[in-house]
Ligand binder design. Structure first.
Ligand SMILES: Cc1cc2nc3c(=O)[nH]c(=O)nc-3n(C[C@H](O)[C@H](O)[C@H](O)COP(=O)(O)OP(=O)(O)OC[C@H]3O[C@@H](n4cnc5c(N)ncnc54)[C@H](O)[C@@H]3O)c2cc1C
Length: 371
């Protein structure tokens, strides 16, 4: 098979799609500027995303670099008291955490080792369509076209704007601090192979170990209008356990989150969206990259059944669009509950300590593969 497919973007969706297509003999060109990878922090890969990774054969490499997470501990941010523990041991696939850079390198090395995959050192500056021909103008001055183009350029990329020009982005009203700390400087409990979810008033903190437990990844989300100062040191300064985290201001990176309406169309002309370009995910259930792996697995599965690439992509859109929209809604709802303000936050914590283990396990059984 020699049909050429062009992929825009060389993060998790782009590299994963390249591996899946090359596995079935397709020649792939990935458009990505060299040396522009900026992978801050870690990722959780929930069992659904991990199971999907088997389609591109990288589970072993990932397990070698990942921490296998055993439970989700939910705590009160105000009192540090545990509200509930949810074991992850009954999942049908591992639940892991991994540094973003480590995951990127695993996928990149697999692409570099495959002679069917080539890289074009450029960014896409503009996309146009004429007579059913989709053309990409590159920063190198080249203009290229291909029968099949995959937009894996993320939620702010050019391809989602091209496919859905009326798509809107608004401020979501909350921001996120991300930080990585050496395990040696944070309280020991944060290095346990667990996800910790600390629920506060209008804010929440998630932590999990990465780099074989040598570092801990923190994500702190807060409603912007509930905090007079948005500086991390003033947010944490009086906290009995977390105040030390606020002292390391340089470790934290602040991102204001945008709310993006789910796209009802993932294809225009020769371009099909995948990953965040197709279905931006609120980050609260740690599903964004995992959902991208599920898109890729769906294409690979179609190719494995003998579909043409074009049909496998069409099949992916049909199957994955409703699934991804449903997970995005669950993530949004979870974030709203995690960030709820006083006085309901106290009631939320009481309910979680009484019935959280069952309710949350049931709510997430399709993502954690515990059904
Ligand atoms: C705070 C936070 C925590 C998260 N935690 C998790 C988690 O624990 N687990 C999880 O599964 N997901 C998580 N996510 C989501 C996850 O990061 C994304 O879903 C994932 O990165 C999407 O991958 P992607 O390849 O689709 O897009 P991206 O990672 O956004 O990559 C897009 C790529 O396209 C390139 N690009 C853009 N424009 C162009 C252009 N014009 N030309 C060429 N290249 C271009 C970019 O440089 C980039 O390399 C989190 C997200 C946030 C914000």
């Amino acid at each position: 098979m020699s049909e050429e497919i062009v992929i825009i973007g060389s993060s998790f969706s782009g590299l994963g799609t390249a591996i899946a297509c090359a596995k079935h003999g397709y020649k792939v060109k990935i458009i990505a500027p060299k040396g522009h990878s900026n992978f801050i922090g870690g990722l959780q890969i929930a069992p659904n995303g991990f199971a999907a990774l088997s389609s591109i054969g990288v589970e072993k490499e990932i397990l070698n670099s990942a921490v296998r997470l055993l439970a989700v501990n939910i705590k009160s941010l105000d009192t540090a008291v545990t509200l509930t523990n949810i074991p992850l041991s009954s999942s049908k696939a591992p639940y892991v955490s991994i540094g973003r850079q480590a995951l990127y390198e695993i996928l990149l090395n697999k692409c570099l080792a495959n002679s069917l995959i080539k890289f074009i050192d450029a960014t896409v500056l503009a996309i146009s369509s004429k007579n059913n021909n989709t053309r990409l103008a590159l920063s190198s001055g080249e203009v290229i076209t291909a029968p099949i183009i995959i937009g894996a350029d993320g939620l702010n990329g050019k391809t989602s704007q091209f496919v859905s020009p009326s798509g809107t982005q608004k401020r979501a009203g909350y921001s996120i601090y991300r930080g990585i700390f050496p395990a040696s400087i944070v309280p020991t409990g944060f290095s346990y192979p667990n996800v910790q979810l600390w629920l506060g008033n209008s804010c929440h903190l998630v932590s999990y170990p990465i780099q074989n437990g040598e570092a801990v990844n923190f994500v702190f989300a807060f409603s912007e209008n509930a905090f007079s100062s948005h500086s991390i040191d003033s947010i944490f300064c009086d906290h009995p356990v977390l105040s030390m985290l606020g002292e390391y201001i340089d470790n934290w990176h602040l991102t204001s989150i945008k709310r993006i309406v789910s796209l009802s169309n993932w294809r225009r002309g020769g371009i099909t969206l995948i990953g965040d370009a197709a279905h931006p995910m609120p980050p609260h259930l740690a599903q964004g990259a995992g959902q991208s792996f599920m898109d890729i697995a769906c294409i690979e599965n179609g190719l494995g059944k003998g579909l043409s690439l074009s049909d496998a992509i069409y099949n992916m859109i049909t199957i994955r669009m409703p699934e991804a929209h449903s997970v995005a809604k669950k993530s949004q709802l979870s974030g709203n509950i995690f960030r709820i303000g006083r006085p309901i936050a106290g009631l939320r914590n009481q309910l979680i300590s009484m019935a959280g283990q069952k309710v949350i396990s049931d709510f997430l059984q399709d993502l954690w593969l515990t059904a």
